[in-house]
Write a protein that binds this ligand. Structure first.
Ligand SMILES: Cc1cc2nc3c(=O)[nH]c(=O)nc-3n(C[C@H](O)[C@H](O)[C@H](O)COP(=O)(O)OP(=O)(O)OC[C@H]3O[C@@H](n4cnc5c(N)ncnc54)[C@H](O)[C@@H]3O)c2cc1C
Length: 447
């Protein structure tokens, strides 16, 4: 085998978790390779057009995630790519690429890690690409594929879906341009009974708000009217969109496709087709019915349907819903978060009015929970960590910790952990947790 293809660390998958893992590993002195199937970084944050960076603060506004995530945020801000927590997708793609390369990690695009195996000599990652089959060798592997592809190939156990095996619904995200925010927000203010949010006060300064960040969900009556006229064919009884940093652009998180296994190509094909049909129905609906969208147009649809969950690798600890609601802290906590348990019905029913009155399952006011390092260690496997949305969790636990800021924090912790394991020549299970947390603190993380 070509010796140049030997690394200390290989990170499989360049989503938010994988970028963070590769950066932290390389910055900690490990020869690191990041392998990504697409030709750009960011995973669902870019390929699936997911936006914004979801709540990384407690209900009292206290920031819970700093470290690498804060650096990404600040760099995006300096590049003019942020408006509050919404971001410009292209800015993120470029920034992640430059940050990964600046860390010293190597990048390999358009390459799919098919499987891994181990021997006394190390870990071997088998990859396929236009260059043919290739094998890359490493001492430690971080699986950030989102699906736990490599951990599973090494024998890791996994769970998926709810008690019926149904994963959360998939969503094809898309951007719409040509929106008039002043007109849109005036209508939202005048019709609070038809909106899930925001409920705007009568004296709100619309001109000011139109240049700030806004999220809108509702239009119950307009949807009903359009359905009766045969003009709307999307599950659920409301639409949901967030503004983008560029005025007049919004991202829709409205389509819902049920019963999609994101690791099955037939299901993904059905999801993409159905997602685009639903998207066109929303695009036509808003233009015809929703004030402020009269001159709107479809800007772009996601390159990949958004898959909220697939395999959850069974690790040394399984993060669960009661950890969220009880604001549980752990000795090996590597990330703080207060995001609620957020599960989209696996049947793909879409957003409904009934759902709007459900009590959100969150930690007590101002408090937070922690994700333990053990969630990153696949049970019974050595030399491998998982980070990001495929970490060890129940569906409820996963529904809370899958957001981008926590994926970055988990990736950063994984990158530091592999470096400590190599430095002290101990297994990933036996690293000194105090040293892991102190190293993360020195990097600016809140642990
Ligand atoms: C519709 C939707 C809406 C969401 N809304 C929000 C939101 O508003 N805010 C928020 O913060 N979060 C949101 N999330 C959650 C969040 O986007 C994801 O959970 C998070 O981005 C996952 O990051 P990740 O790095 O773990 O995995 P992914 O983003 O899935 O990245 C995995 C990467 O690995 C690559 N890959 C996969 N397999 C392989 C392989 N075998 N070999 C090589 N490369 C591989 C993929 O191409 C991809 O780039 C949403 C998710 C969805 C689907």
């Amino acid at each position: 085998m070509d010796k140049t293809k030997e690394y200390d660390v290989i990170v499989a998958g360049g989503g938010m978790a994988g970028c963070a893992a590769a950066i932290a590993s390389a910055e900690s002195g490990c020869k690191t390779l990041l392998i990504e199937n697409f030709g750009f970084l960011g995973g669902w944050g870019t390929a699936a057009l997911v936006n914004p960076f979801m709540f990384h603060w407690a209900s009292d506004g206290k920031i819970l995630i700093k470290g690498l995530f804060e650096k990404i945020n600040n760099a995006m801000d300096s590049a003019g790519g942020m408006l509050a927590n919404t971001f410009d997708t292209e800015a993120l793609i470029y920034l992640l690429q430059e940050m990964v390369l600046a860390s010293g990690a190597e990048l390999r695009f358009h390459t799919l890690c098919e499987k891994a195996n181990t021997s006394e000599d190390g870990i071997f990652v088998h990859a396929i690409s236009k260059s043919g089959d290739q094998v890359f060798q490493c001492k430690r592997l971080i699986d950030c594929s989102g699906d736990g592809d490599l951990a599973v190939s090494l024998g890791a156990k996994y769970e998926s879906g709810n008690s019926k095996g149904l994963p959360q619904a998939a969503t094809l995200m898309f951007d719409v341009g040509g929106v008039n925010p002043e007109k849109l927000l005036s209508y939202v203010k005048d019709r609070p009974d038809q909106m899930r949010f925001p409920k705007l006060p009568k004296d709100v300064d619309i001109a000011k708000l139109a240049n700030e960040v806004y999220s809108v969900a509702g239009y119950y009556d307009l949807i009903e009217k359009a359905k009766q006229a045969g003009d709307y064919d999307v599950p659920g009884d409301m639409i949901f969109f967030n503004c983008r940093p560029h005025k007049g652009e919004v991202t829709f998180n409205t389509t819902h496709i049920g019963n999609i296994d994101g690791t099955n190509a037939d299901d993904l094909t059905r999801g993409e087709i159905e997602g685009r049909r639903q998207m066109m129905s929303v695009v036509r609906f808003v233009k015809k019915y929703v004030p402020g969208f009269e001159n709107s147009y479809l800007l772009r649809s996601a390159a990949h349907i958004g898959i909220r969950e697939t395999r959850r690798i069974v690790g040394d600890y399984k993060f669960c819903g009661s950890d969220v609601t009880s604001a549980r802290k752990f000795d090996d906590g590597i990330c703080r978060l207060a995001y609620p348990i957020d599960i989209h019905s696996g049947e793909g029913e879409g957003y409904t009015k009934e759902e709007a009155v459900k009590v959100e399952r969150i930690p007590p006011h101002g408090d937070w929970y922690e994700i333990p390092y053990r969630c990153l260690i696949p049970k019974g496997i050595d030399g491998v960590l998982v980070a990001g949305r495929c970490v060890s969790s129940t569906q409820e636990g996963n529904g809370a910790i899958r957001i981008m800021p926590s994926c970055v924090a988990m990736g950063e912790a994984a990158g530091v952990a592999v470096s400590l394991s190599l430095k002290h020549e101990v297994s990933l299970r036996d690293i000194d947790i105090k040293e892991l947390k102190n190293t993360l603190r020195r990097r600016g993380a809140l642990v």
